[in-house]
Design a protein around this ligand. Structure first.
Ligand code: NAD
Ligand code: GLY
Length: 369
């Protein structure tokens, strides 16, 4: 028997608006799949870890709505977020004669979601897709807002498209099988929303961090809902990141340097973002925007979520220099000038440039010897 839906909210983008459903038992709940675009075929895109756990439940639900429900199972890992693996989705669609109404279902974490969204944006110049995120990170961030894409050997998420899903289905039950390290990685993106937008939420996360780490379903439901509300609000105002949306990248500039410098997959994306937020908070302190107490408070919360708070040493000779080089290929960089998201007082964020000397001293302070 299915559990009741806990929360529903809408991301307001005019004719591209869509609902985000958050609850227990959504995969098995027939109402969660009602009123999606009609088509003769649906394709579930998943990976070798998630498909054995949840594809059958989704397939059963979809068979009530679509005459043909196909599946493609991708290899698991950030290393496969590339052209070759994307091609497997197009192969499955074309080999099965899928037409331009086919609906794609992304069943998995952010890697599957980003790739499926990009495939949907490009197949026959665009087919509908639905996000069914199964990691905490994907439920609170990557499945919402329409950023899709793949990595290039020279940079993360460098090839992609803005393309909104028809619906996001966050089934909290799927988080029960998530490795603990992945839960912590997702909490980094939850914590992010506090300093950039809502210190009341930040207080709440502090008070409930043990419940969140322990996957208490009520705590998770609130965290996913409030995170999606904040993200929906920002994306509704600035869908294509002309300005405001960039604040959602708090911690990501340092974080992307960590991921690239260590090699993708060594630290999880959320771990790098968690540590990157500590570094970005130190930069905000160095620029006189927040006080030391705020930095320590954020650092304690990130540590309590089970995330690293000391940056890795990326280079024995010139560690800060390598961080700077890696950050210059960030998508927010303009004409080689790195643009950081800084906290402009608790609960408020903005973009700013900083001179290399200041950034170097922040990196030296934040990195493990
Ligand atoms: P992921 O997709 O690699 O998933 C993490 C791991 O958990 C994988 O091994 C996956 O197979 C496994 N997994 C997924 N669901 C599971 C479940 N329910 N039970 C057991 N195992 C499960 O990583 P992620 O953290 O979900 O996403 C990271 C990706 O998201 C990165 O590529 C990042 O660039 C992208 N991202 C995109 C956006 C966006 O706005 N589009 C935002 C943030 C991050
Ligand atoms: N994760 C950042 C964004 O969606 O803009």
């Amino acid at each position: 028997m299915t559990s009741p839906l806990l929360h529903s909210l809408t991301i307001a983008l005019g004719e591209r608006s869509y609902p985000i459903l958050i609850g227990s038992g959504l995969l098995a709940n027939p109402t969660s799949l009602q009123n999606l675009p009609q088509a003769s075929s649906a394709l579930i895109v998943s990976n070798s870890t998630v498909a054995p756990l949840y594809a059958e439940a989704l397939q059963t639900g979809l068979q009530k709505h679509y005459a043909r429900v196909l599946q493609v199972v991708l290899p698991d890992g950030e290393a496969y977020k590339d052209w070759q693996t994307l091609q497997l989705i197009f192969d499955a669609l074309l080999e099965s004669g899928c037409d331009r109404k086919t609906v794609l279902f992304a069943l998995g974490g952010g890697v599957v979601g980003d790739m499926t969204g990009f495939a949907a944006a490009s197949y026959m110049r665009g087919v509908p897709f639905v996000q069914v995120p199964t990691t905490l990170l994907a439920q609170v961030d990557s499945s919402v807002g329409g950023k899709t894409g793949i990595n290039h050997p020279l940079g993360k998420n460098m090839v992609g498209a803005f393309y909104q899903p028809q619906r996001v289905l966050c089934d909290l039950d799927t988080l029960k099988t998530l490795p603990a390290r992945e839960v912590s990685a997702g909490l980094a993106e939850v914590i992010k929303y506090g300093p950039i937008a809502d210190m009341v939420f930040f207080d709440w996360i502090e008070a409930h961090i043990s419940a969140l780490v322990a996957r208490d379903v009520q705590a998770l439901a609130h965290a996913v809902r409030r995170s999606c509300e904040i993200k929906a609000d920002v994306v509704s105002q600035d869908e294509r990141e002309g300005g405001l949306r960039a604040i959602l990248n708090f911690g990501h500039t340092f974080g992307h340097a960590i991921e690239a410098g260590l090699g993708y997959g060594d630290w999880l994306h959320g771990e790098a973002v968690g540590c990157g937020m500590v570094m970005a908070a130190h930069l905000s302190l160095a620029l006189g925007l927040v006080d030391e107490a705020f930095v320590q408070r954020l650092t304690r919360l990130i540590a309590a979520a089970g995330l690293p708070v000391r940056g890795p040493q990326l280079d024995a000779v010139d560690n800060a220099g390598l961080y700077l080089d890696l950050m210059r290929v960030d998508k927010k960089a303009e004409a080689g000038t790195i643009r950081f998201v800084v906290i402009d007082g608790p609960g408020r964020a903005r973009m700013c440039a900083a001179d290399d000397g200041t950034v170097r001293s922040v990196i030296d302070r934040c990195c493990a010897a």
